[in-house]
Write a new protein. Structure first.
Length: 482
């Protein structure tokens, strides 16, 4: 391996590259799905290869291959240099990297139980037990239980002297229960929608979800939603549960703080951002209770790692402090534009694509409102919602609308009537400015988003968001009718 690394870096420099790096990646995945008592999917996959990135006279070039052998490394490196020279013909300003120090290090995801060592029969027993529990609830039409695991080995080296070996382990699992009547479909998910909860760690994290123990409740709620009244419309006090609020953070904070979006590098696919450079350290993004940070060091986060794909160490960086916008997600290329050093958020979804600025774990810090029960007890009148069902937000990440799977009216400090199809809409700074309470650390949880898309060609990456339930005043709810 070291011979191939040296070959690529030496060849790049001989061909005129002022900087070069190489990533060698091997990723193994496993996926299991049970639907309505039957095994619907049992798959495994392996992807391995390398990518070479070079900087020639201020322009990037990148190429990769799945053939990890000497002649191919030489060919790919020459191709990357040729692409950089071609790119230089259209370069307006030469790319300048920051002075992040090169690291020589090893990082491994902490875990207890290797998910790939757990017998297949045991994994299927867990899924079938969960499925059977949902199946005992009358009125459920479709029930799904699933789990996934991924193991990635990655080596990064650069002409600056960096040499980093990383080994990451990821797991995830979740359930869905769907009830259907003549006129509508209602779904409930646990522990969140879009495939459940995903973390970095071992199989112990899947066991801790206790899927079977929550299966009956989830199925009963799906059936009950069929006969529940429609969510009311109008301005209301809104309490948002942790997993829904995590997605709110993802869409209305995580994406607009990607500095390449702000600079127009991602406008064609992922949109731009309302958090333009003139707003840094000036914009009141939310109320004084709102504190957010990008933390790639958070234990168990799906956006947790040792070093990004430019060799920059994982960091915890403030994004919003006492409601004021103070930071971006940056790379070695973009950070110097705002007079800063990269905070380590440049990542590629595989060996065959170049790194982009990606979210790490963008977290809303917990507040002082105690438990969710305390927050509800402190609310005279409002709506409590949980678990994302749908989302829509404009390209600038300013005007949004979200739908959740389930809601309950709050009356005199208590949850009362269940309501279906709850939705809410808002303008990002106005919405976060209306936040007047955030639950404490006991309610805070770090949620995984395994399917965040960005770039052309699109890269699907894994990110995380921590949140505790929070309360927002004067929010427009009940937008749209079914």
């Amino acid at each position: 391996m070291q011979e191939l690394i040296d070959l690529a870096l030496d060849a790049a420099q001989r061909a005129g590259a002022g900087y070069a790096d190489i990533r060698l990646v091997e990723r193994n995945t496993e996926s299991l799905t049970v639907k309505n008592g039957n095994l619907a999917e049992a798959s495994s996959d392996r992807s391995a290869g390398f990518g070479v990135r070079v900087l020639v006279e201020g322009a990037w070039g990148f190429a990769g291959s799945s053939r990890v052998e000497r002649p191919e490394v030489e060919r790919v490196t020459r191709q990357a240099v040729a692409i950089a020279r071609a790119s230089g013909l259209a370069t307006r300003e030469p790319i300048v990297l920051d002075d992040s120090p090169p690291a020589v290090a090893v990082y491994r995801t902490p875990f207890v139980e290797d998910p790939f060592a757990v017998p297949l029969d045991e994994k299927l027993r867990l899924l079938f037990e969960t499925d059977a529990t949902m199946g005992r609830v009358a009125g459920i039409t479709l029930r799904t239980s699933s789990m996934e695991a991924a193991h990635e080995r990655k080596t990064f080296a650069s002409t600056e002297g960096a040499h980093i070996e990383q080994e990451m382990m990821e797991v995830g699992a979740g359930i869905e229960a769907t009830a259907v009547s003549d006129s509508e479909v209602q779904r409930r998910s646990y522990p969140q929608s879009a495939g459940g909860q995903h973390v970095t760690g071992g199989f112990e994290a899947i066991r801790a979800l206790r899927l079977a123990d929550n299966a009956q409740r989830i199925a009963e709620e799906a059936v009950a939603l069929l006969d529940a009244p429609q969510c009311p419309s109008g301005e209301m006090t809104l309490i948002i549960d942790s997993p829904q609020l995590a997605l709110q953070v993802h869409e209305s904070c995580g994406h607009p703080i990607e500095l390449d979006r702000v600079l127009g590098m991602e406008a064609s696919f992922a949109g731009t951002s309302f958090l333009t450079l003139d707003k840094l350290d000036r914009l009141q993004y939310g109320s004084e209770l709102v504190d957010m940070e990008a933390d790639a060091t958070a234990p168990g986060g799906l956006g947790t790692f040792g070093f990004d794909d430019e060799g920059v160490a994982a960091q915890k960086v403030p994004i919003v402090t006492a409601g004021r916008f103070v930071g971006y997600l940056t790379s070695r290329e973009t950070a110097p534009i705002i007079g800063r050093r990269s905070m380590g958020s440049s990542r590629a979804s595989g060996w065959n694509v170049t790194p982009l600025i990606r979210m790490t774990n963008v977290n809303l810090r917990p507040g002082a409102a105690g438990s969710l029960d305390d927050l509800i007890a402190d609310t005279a009148d409002g709506l409590f919602i949980s678990t994302n069902h749908s989302w829509s937000i404009d390209d600038r990440r300013l005007n949004f609308q979200f739908g959740s799977e389930i809601g309950w009216l709050v009356r005199n400090g208590r949850l009362t009537q269940m309501v279906k199809n709850p939705t809410y809409t808002g303008i990002t700074p106005r919405f976060w400015g209306s936040c007047d309470a955030i639950c404490g650390p006991s309610e805070w949880k770090l949620w995984g988003v395994p399917n965040c898309g960005k770039g052309e060609p699109m890269q699907t990456h894994r990110v995380g968001h921590g949140a505790a339930p929070a309360r927002f005043r004067g929010v427009q709810v009940g937008v749209g009718r079914w």
